[in-house]
Design a protein around this ligand. Structure first.
Ligand code: NAD
Length: 291
């Protein structure tokens, strides 16, 4: 029987701990962690993600500051806002909501976030330090960190296991592969150019699916007993749902049941963990200063 790994329950446990630690910090030093969020443009998905992040901050006692900029803003405008937050001692974490509009140089902008405040873990030095043995990143990006946390809390041993990561984006797939290597897994990467992804996936004890393609991973792709973490969230039309669509993962959930030993559902798996890891990173950033 396949165990369903409940991301909502695990995220809630972690958030309860964060609330208590923020409370302790307030008592000890009279201050709370602060997160600055920069949102450019009107993209609906991004607005929803940002709203959820700010709500999560409110619920855990973390201060949040939102700066919204118009779609046609300049790199200079964003950089001057980042410089202000870099210097602001009440702000411990800064995040720039991605994707940015086409005319903006994403890597140049992410490079401007002070390393000690890079709670999304997207600064090239944090990614580089994640990749290099013997070095420690200050922050690991939230979705991969959330996936590993789910594995650990579900009692899955990572060391020595064959893991496959499907996808290699800067935000999810690439840092996911690096992080699993740090946990001593043997990691394969499957991407859009991979020949016979099914064959590679079937060898894996741990499958992390992050391609953003609904039902890409069929039940037949899975080794019996594999643990499956489904990062994908693609909207598919469904008139019976509130907004006319529902979110589906990269894995054929029904087919995976009975083959996998454990699986995360979509929604309710990785999603709640991503924001929770952002809260953890912001708390850690403040702890480095205050405690
Ligand atoms: P992306 O589009 O930037 O990257 C997709 C990756 O998948 C690419 O590396 C590409 O090479 C690979 N890919 C494309 N087609 C493939 C195929 N047929 N076979 C194998 N690999 C293929 O997307 P992303 O930002 O990495 O996000 C991936 C998915 O994860 C999306 O559905 C996104 O919505 C979701 N996501 C969820 C969370 C969460 O918190 N739940 C967070 C971030 C992203």
């Amino acid at each position: 029987k396949t165990v369903v790994i409940d991301g909502n329950v695990i995220a809630e446990e972690i958030r309860t701990k964060i609330i208590s630690e923020v409370g302790k910090m307030k008592k000890a030093v009279g201050k709370v962690p602060g997160l600055a969020v920069v949102l450019v443009g009107q993209q609906r998905d991004s607005q929803t993600y940002v709203r959820n992040k700010i709500k999560a901050c409110e619920e855990t006692g973390i201060k949040s500051v939102l700066t919204e900029l118009p779609e046609d803003c300049t790199e200079g405008q964003i950089i001057s806002i980042l410089k202000k937050f870099n210097e602001d001692t009440s702000i411990h974490g800064i995040l720039v909501q991605l994707p940015l509009p086409q005319h903006l140089d994403e890597s140049k902008i992410l490079n401007m976030v002070r390393l000690e405040k890079d709670v999304d873990g997207f600064h090239p030095l944090n990614v580089g330090n994640l990749a290099m043995r013997g070095r420690e990143p200050l922050f690991v990006s939230c979705t991969p960190k959330g996936c590993v946390e789910l594995l650990i809390r579900a009692g899955v041993k990572i060391a020595g296991k064959n893991a496959v990561v499907i996808g290699r984006s800067n935000i999810v797939g690439l840092p996911m592969s690096l992080l699993l290597q740090r946990h001593d897994a043997t990691v394969s990467t499957v991407h859009a150019f991979t020949k016979d992804p099914e064959h590679i996936t079937r060898k894996a004890d741990i499958v992390i699916a992050a391609a953003g393609i609904p039902s890409l991973v069929r039940g037949s792709w899975l080794k019996p007993g594999a643990v499956v973490i489904d990062v994908g969230t693609s909207p598919v039309e469904d008139s019976s749902c509130e907004f006319g669509y529902r979110l589906v993962g990269d894995v054929c959930y029904e087919e995976a049941l009975g083959v996998a030993s454990a699986i995360t559902p979509v929604p309710g798996g990785v999603g709640p963990m991503t924001i929770t890891m952002l809260l953890c990173n912001t708390l850690d950033a403040a702890k480095r200063i205050f405690l």
